[in-house]
Design a protein around this ligand. Structure first.
Ligand SMILES: NC(=O)c1ccc[n+]([C@@H]2O[C@H](COP(=O)([O-])OP(=O)(O)OC[C@H]3O[C@@H](n4cnc5c(N)ncnc54)[C@H](OP(=O)(O)O)[C@@H]3O)[C@@H](O)[C@H]2O)c1
Length: 332
């Protein structure tokens, strides 16, 4: 099969499309013919080697953590799916990735594709959608009528988080650049702050909840907009920045230590900060998200669709930090 992979860590141009052996599904696996995948910032961080203290690969590694496609075969112990089913997933990073013609995924990490979406849209949903769900539903425990601050509303996570928060009945404030103000309003944002012109922590206060996806000094600023007892989902770890300064192992240790200290400091100030990690075995959570999407309340936003051969360009666009919604890879 054709697959987009990297044989060494580095810039986007280490990515290549090559012929590799088809995956052999295990007893609990679905073999999925990939119709579309999408690129997340974590794919770029992994390919750069910034996560290598935590995620060990024997290179080459196929890139990609989102997929939508059709089941072509199932392992002997699979119970919930059959060949022909249309499915989507954000599988574990511990196995070969999704930017390939075929991928084998444990059935516990897979959900049925919402019928309303085509494969390109469905591939834009899993990792960013699970992040929004785990942040707002599980970490922030968002309830109707509450006020939530969603950092970076125009991004992959932000576009889905705004829609999900409105579906949950919350009042949404968000940040973006001037060119995206009308766009995030169209997704449902009630208050939109152009972060180039105004400081959100000068304007917002007494928020019940926050989704913080910039990290670094923004963590502290976002903490100040929360009311006492407010809850904040920490979506970024700061590991790549620390690894650049201090190396893979010391940098990772420092970033994890700084985040732990922030969480304790927040608790001391009577706010709850929760480190948010999307678990790959979230097929059940993904199915609940799929049901919300099928109802029409949430629709993934696609910035651009690129062919598998342009995987390096797709990574460059995501690394620019300027994408609106998701970059999707058309595979089959
Ligand atoms: N913990 C987890 O499991 C997990 C899961 C998913 C994602 N993440 C992390 O969460 C972060 C966001 O992910 P994503 O997929 O949403 O990224 P993304 O799609 O690449 O985000 C791009 C968007 O960020 C906005 N942006 C950039 N700088 C900003 C700033 N200073 N203030 C406000 N908005 C800004 C840009 O909007 P403008 O062009 O309008 O400036 C752009 O639309 C990434 O670091 C990612 O690695 C973590």
């Amino acid at each position: 099969m054709k697959a987009a992979l990297f044989r060494r860590y580095g810039e986007a141009d280490v990515l290549r499309v090559e012929e590799v052996a088809d995956p052999i599904p295990g007893a609990r696996d679905l073999l999925i013919r990939v119709r579309a995948a999408s690129v997340n910032p974590i794919d770029c961080k992994i390919r750069q080697g910034a996560q290598r203290a935590l995620i060990h690969y024997r290179l080459p590694q196929i890139t990609g953590l989102d997929v939508s496609g059709e089941v072509v075969a199932v392992g002997s112990r699979v119970t919930r799916f059959k060949p022909g089913d249309e499915v989507f997933s954000s599988p574990t990073h511990r196995r070969p990735g999704t930017c390939a013609e075929l991928v084998a995924i444990d059935e516990s990490q897979v959900a049925r594709k919402p019928a309303r979406l085509d494969h390109l849209q469905a591939a834009a949903l899993p990792l960013a959608g699970l992040t929004a769900w785990a942040s707002l539903v599980d970490a922030a425990r968002l309830r109707p009528g509450q006020q939530v601050f969603i950092q970076a509303g125009a991004g992959g996570v932000g576009t889905l988080a705004i829609q999900l928060a409105k579906h949950l009945g919350a009042v949404v404030a968000t940040t973006c650049s001037a060119r995206n103000v009308d766009f995030v309003r169209s997704l449902g944002a009630d208050t939109v702050i152009d972060y180039h012109e105004e400081q959100y922590d000068d304007l917002l206060y007494e928020q019940d909840a926050a989704l913080e996806s910039i990290g670094g000094e923004a963590n502290e600023r976002t903490l100040t907009v929360l009311k006492r007892g407010g809850r904040m989902a920490l979506v970024v770890s700061g590991i790549p920045e620390a690894v650049k300064k201090h190396g893979a192992y010391a940098g990772t240790a420092r970033a994890i230590g700084a985040q732990a200290a922030f969480i304790v400091g927040a608790w001391w100030r009577r706010r709850v900060a929760v480190k948010m990690v999307v678990r790959p075995t979230s097929g059940a959570m993904l199915q609940r998200l799929a049901d919300v999407v099928q109802s029409g309340a949430v629709t993934p936003v696609i910035d651009a669709v690129l062919p598998l051969e342009e995987i390096a360009e797709a990574h460059r666009r995501v690394e620019s930090g300027r994408t609106r919604g998701k970059i999707v890879i058309r595979v089959g």
